[in-house]
Design a protein around this ligand. Structure first.
Ligand SMILES: [Fe+2]
Length: 230
């Protein structure tokens, strides 16, 4: 017995090596993709992602003397399936650079300064409404270590695990009103403008006095599935 969902529209997904971004060749399969039907064994086990991946903090910004430098923001991310049903229990990993555009990673050779009070990454579990909330600071833009001169706009990386190990979506969230979004090779690898706009968070009208709140929705499968952005 096998299960299927609507195929993704290729226009909503990157299609391999992007012009001006040679690094995509290292992140894209060299062979054509093979569609593998999901059978009962794939859908039932191993069950608990959290047995191996424990939740890690919902706050990257710190407090008081230990507060990270930058614009305080809250990210409210909702994980849903193709019918809009919340994916309760989805494991959501989030990481981004600091306000100066520096990642906590040895491969980041950008000469921007590190921030000792910025934590860099979180792993959370979606609640009954499919929501995870992260308190953090707005990431900065950074220059891409590729030939030519271009900068990544502020963005946040996401990895969403479904109820099984084989179910994983890796994507990036962008901020509204950023001029660098217009020419970003990663965001513009999505040919469909509606799918592209779904990768941009929405500024919420509510929230605490000292932070901007952004709402973001991740659709894990189906024709409106969020684009895979590595
Ligand atoms: Fe990045």
């Amino acid at each position: 017995m096998s299960y299927s969902v609507d195929r993704r529209d290729p226009l909503t997904q990157p299609q391999g090596v992007e012009k001006g971004y040679p690094g995509t060749a290292l992140r894209w399969p060299s062979q054509p993709l093979h569609r593998r039907p999901l059978t009962r064994s794939e859908l039932t086990g191993p069950e608990s992602v959290l047995r191996r991946l424990a939740p890690v903090r919902g706050d990257l910004a710190g407090h008081g003397d230990k507060r990270a430098i930058g614009q305080l923001i809250h990210l409210r991310t909702r994980v849903v399936d193709e019918d809009g049903t919340p994916v309760r229990g989805a494991v959501v990993e989030i990481w981004h650079c600091n306000a100066a555009g520096k990642y906590i990673h040895p491969n980041d050779d950008n000469d921007a300064p590190p921030d000792p009070n910025f934590y860099g990454a979180a792993r959370m579990v979606a609640d009954d409404d499919g929501v995870v909330e992260l308190r953090t600071i707005k990431p900065g833009a950074y220059p891409v270590p590729e030939p030519g001169r271009w900068w990544r706009p502020p963005h946040v990386h996401f990895s969403v695990w479904g109820r099984i190990w084989l179910s994983r979506l890796v994507t990036q969230m962008f901020f509204p009103g950023e001029q660098l979004n217009d020419d970003d090779a990663v965001l513009n690898a999505i040919r469909d403008p509606e799918a592209r706009s779904r990768c941009i968070a929405r500024l919420a009208p509510d929230g605490p006095r000292n932070a901007l709140v952004y709402d973001y929705e991740i659709v894990v499968r189906g024709r409106r599935a969020t684009s895979n952005l590595l």
